[in-house]
Write a protein that binds this ligand. Structure first.
Ligand code: ATP
Ligand code: MG
Length: 215
């Protein structure tokens, strides 16, 4: 996979960038472990977390205000010099389509190879994503293992995709963390512990801002 590490001579800026999209309501160690392992395994100089303004596949669900989700990402990534956060989806408003984000990143980093990092659940549903062909042509997908989801089903689920596009989805094993934001929100609501599921600073933020208490 030498092409991944290949530099572009004469051009400044990072050569390989990971984009970690998500709702991050709240961000937890599953997201952070996935991003860090992708960074190391694929030699990415940076991973940019991009909290969605309005995830198209979560239209029917109440989501915390974007400022809170952005603030929690900031707290969670503060100690990792390779991690950054972008508010581009939040500032753009409207439905947060990954293709729009990837095309904007291409304009910001014209010399970089872009990798979009997802968990197994997300990549298994990629056929339902907006402009999926263009999306797969615009960046490489990294599909990380996630407890409860079978990455082995990927070929079967994506059977209608041409082989050339299928090859643009790379898979990656990450230490299994059966953590989800849904479970964390439910734990907070029920007064059960969330300690060690997410960074302490994020836990403190949740309690200080009284998030996830309502129904
Ligand atoms: P929710 O339960 O609200 O859907 P979530 O925990 O699935 O939250 P998202 O913000 O939906 O988190 O996920 C963002 C990205 O991170 C997705 O690509 C998802 O597959 C991936 N991801 C989330 N949790 C894990 C985990 N524990 N292991 C690997 N990948 C994960
Ligand atoms: Mg999810």
């Amino acid at each position: 996979m030498d092409w991944i590490r290949e530099k572009h001579p004469g051009e400044g800026g990072p050569a390989a960038i990971g984009i970690m999209g998500g709702t991050f309501d709240p961000i937890h160690y599953g997201h952070l472990v996935t991003a860090e392992n992708a960074r190391h395994f694929f030699g990415l100089e940076q991973v940019i977390f991009v909290p969605a303004y309005r995830p198209p596949h979560k239209e029917d669900r109440r989501i915390s205000p974007p400022q809170h989700r952005l603030a929690m990402v900031r707290l969670a990534i503060a100690s990792n010099p390779h991690f950054k956060v972008s508010d581009m989806e939040i500032s753009r408003r409207g439905p947060s389509y990954t293709i729009d984000t990837v095309l904007t990143m291409q304009r910001c980093y014209p010399a970089a190879r872009l990798f979009f990092i997802t968990g197994a659940d997300a990549v298994l549903e990629i056929l339902s994503w907006h402009r999926v062909t263009e999306l797969l042509e615009s960046c490489i997908f990294i599909a990380a293992t996630r407890p409860g989801y079978q990455l082995g089903q990927l070929r079967q689920n994506l059977a209608s995709l041409p082989e050339a596009l299928l090859r643009r989805i790379l898979t990656m094993e990450v230490p299994a963390l059966a953590i989800s934001s849904t479970d964390i929100r439910q734990r907070v609501r029920e007064g059960r512990p969330v300690k060690y599921l997410l960074p302490e600073a994020v836990e403190e933020y949740i309690y200080r801002q009284v998030l996830y208490r309502g129904s």
